[in-house]
Design a protein around this ligand. Structure first.
Ligand SMILES: *Cc1c(COP(=O)(O)O)cnc(C)c1O
Length: 346
């Protein structure tokens, strides 16, 4: 049976061009920094983001963890949103493995943190307090409907960080979606930050991997921490090759995913049993809730949709997340809207 998978853009499989590049990749031992394909991917990533150097890592979670462990020591504090991926979905790694203390402040619906909240969260020097070392922003902000942060907002946060001697890390898992949605060069979102991670394995369709970028010296330290965490991958050029294809050919087309998300949201909004949340879509995500009169839970609806070949994410008791990506076309959107209709308005 055909199925259409809206759960996430992480479900994207490699394209034909990626399979070809992977099968032909020149490889070496990347722990010796001798894999030419990994080296090329790291260089290309750094250039695109306006950074000195890059480090290929197995996942976005490991990229963020390495960044935090490079910026912070045990007992140091990192400021981030209550909806930050690093706070919610990275298994508490910064605390479990780094002894780093998260200090969370609320996210606005548009993904931003209130500048005065950030300032207030920065500790004065006192033996009672952890040492504030790092601020993390997320762009796009996943749990705020995939909201993109602007260059000027990033600049404002960087100014605060700089004024207080803190570093700024960007969890840019979908930073290319943010750039494409705002029609700006991605550098305008990344050149100011001290470090940035982005995912190759989401909307960009590569099978595995993220890249952490920053200054030469930062990446040198980060490389050592990647080794400590067991993230040194030897002939990783096999997967890095797909990452190069992703960066060279898959960025501009993210605009199609954003357009498809708009169409999907518009058509779903015509179903009176559904409510579109957080003014989504802002990029490639549609957050949608069940209307109050629907008796069943999102989980129950999801199970029915699944039987008809439409897979959706359940993110709360009565809320779904639907993500558009390379493998979601017009036919998939039609099927999704139709099956929601069949299940909710039988
Ligand atoms: C997906 C994601 C990550 C990293 O996830 P992995 O599954 O570990 O690659 C980090 N931050 C955000 C905002 C994400 O959406």
């Amino acid at each position: 049976m055909d199925y259409f998978d809206f759960r996430s853009d992480t479900v994207t499989k490699p394209t034909e061009a990626m399979w070809k590049a992977m099968s032909e990749a020149k490889v070496g031992d990347d722990v010796y920094q001798e894999d030419p394909t990994v080296n090329q991917l790291e260089k290309l990533s750094a250039e695109k983001l306006g950074k000195e150097a890059g480090l290929f890592v197995p996942s976005g979670t490991m990229g963020n963890l390495i960044a935090v462990l490079t910026h912070c020591g045990r007992g140091d504090e990192v400021i981030m949103g209550t909806k930050a991926h690093t706070f919610l979905f990275e298994a508490g790694g910064i605390s479990a493995l780094g002894g780093v203390h998260p200090h969370t402040i609320p996210n606005n619906d548009d993904g931003t943190l209130i500048l005065n909240d950030i300032k207030a969260a920065i500790r004065s020097v006192d033996d009672h307090f952890p040492l504030s070392k790092l601020i993390i922003l997320e762009n796009t902000q996943n749990r705020c409907g995939g909201a993109p942060l602007t260059p000027s907002y990033t600049q404002s946060v960087k100014s605060i960080a700089k004024q207080h001697g803190l570093n700024l890390h960007l969890d840019g898992a979908r930073v290319f979606n943010a750039a494409v949605a705002q029609n700006v060069d991605v550098k305008s979102l990344t050149d100011l930050v001290d470090s940035v991670t982005f995912c190759l394995s989401k909307g960009l369709c590569a099978p595995v991997g993220s890249v952490l970028c920053g200054a030469e010296e930062f990446i040198r330290k980060a490389r050592r921490i990647r080794k400590q965490l067991g993230g040194g991958m030897r002939q990783a050029g096999v997967i890095a090759a797909a990452g190069i294809v992703a960066l060279e050919t898959m960025i501009d087309r993210l605009a199609d995913d954003h357009e498809n998300a708009k169409i999907l949201a518009k058509n779903l909004s015509e179903n009176d049993k559904l409510r579109i949340d957080m003014n989504s879509p802002k990029t490639n995500m549609v957050y949608v809730s069940l209307a109050p009169e629907v008796k069943e839970s999102a989980r129950e609806i999801e199970a029915k949709l699944r039987k008809s070949g439409v897979f959706v994410g359940v993110v709360a008791e009565r809320q779904f997340r639907l993500v558009t990506h390379y493998w979601i076309n017009e036919r998939a959107i039609e099927a999704c809207v139709k099956q929601f209709g069949n299940v909710l308005n039988p």
